[in-house]
Ligand binder design. Structure first.
Ligand code: FAD
Length: 202
């Protein structure tokens, strides 16, 4: 049983995992089991090259980011379990007991974060009632999003990145994943607002 399982290892999914992982020394997060399904074949990053994303060196290839971001997560936060090369097919259940079925396996999680991008059709069974046309991408591009209020779809289900209804820019997707991570940390911290900062000053 995961406490939180992130589905999708692109920009918003890995960003969410990094911030959740970075809270490992907080008492309310230290016992939490965090996982991410790092399927990457359908990522927008595959063909992208970046000149306009804050903190990313100019000319960086998205295909490099896909690999380097997984290495970063594994090196700094090895307690975050990475499940590679599995595609999620179905989500069933409710808050505190979702069943996630992939093309190879199934597992349970208390909270699920959907970070799979805005591609149409939506490929995960069980969430159809939340799928609507994307509200901030031109209609002719035929993108979708999940209905949400400030990233929350329903109790225990969060959505990040372009699938949350944000326009497609790396920095927006990254911020969206980080925002959801802090919402989950705040939930674990009994509603007390939480962020995770490292500092060179002790
Ligand atoms: C060609 C191109 C060029 C771009 N150039 C720029 C640019 O110059 N500047 C900029 O700011 N932005 C650019 N972008 C946009 C940027 O890459 C996206 O906004 C960003 O990647 C969106 O992040 P995301 O997390 O929503 O989705 P993604 O990064 O696409 O991540 C979604 C992840 O979910 C996975 N996934 C999908 N379905 C499943 C499933 N069923 N089960 C498990 N995993 C699944 C995918 O494999 C992928 O890893 C570009 C995009 C493209 C396509």
């Amino acid at each position: 049983m995961f406490d939180v399982l992130i589905i999708g290892g692109g920009v918003s999914g890995i960003s969410c995992a990094l911030v959740l992982g970075s809270a490992r020394n907080k008492p309310f997060a230290s016992d939490k089991k965090i996982g991410i399904i790092t399927h990457q074949k359908a990522s927008s990053l595959q063909d992208a090259i970046f000149y306009n994303a804050y903190g990313i060196p100019s000319g960086k290839l998205g295909s490099e980011l896909l690999e380097e971001s997984k290495e970063h997560l594994a090196k700094d936060y090895p307690h975050v379990e990475q499940i590679s090369d599995e595609k999620v097919l179905k989500i069933e259940g409710n808050f505190n007991e979702f069943i996630i079925t992939t093309n190879k396996n199934s597992c349970k999680s208390r909270i699920v974060v959907i970070a799979i991008g805005a591609g149409n059709p939506f490929t995960i069974e069980g969430l159809d009632e939340y799928v609507i046309p994307h509200q901030k991408i031109a209609p002719e591009k035929n993108r979708i999003q999940l209905k949400n209020i400030d990233h929350k779809v329903t109790d225990g289900i969060y959505v990040t990145g372009t699938l949350a209804g944000w326009r497609s820019q790396l920095s927006i997707a990254s911020g969206s994943g980080a925002a959801v991570a802090t919402d989950i940390l705040t939930l674990w911290n009994n509603g007390n607002h939480t962020q995770v900062h490292d500092s060179i000053r002790k």
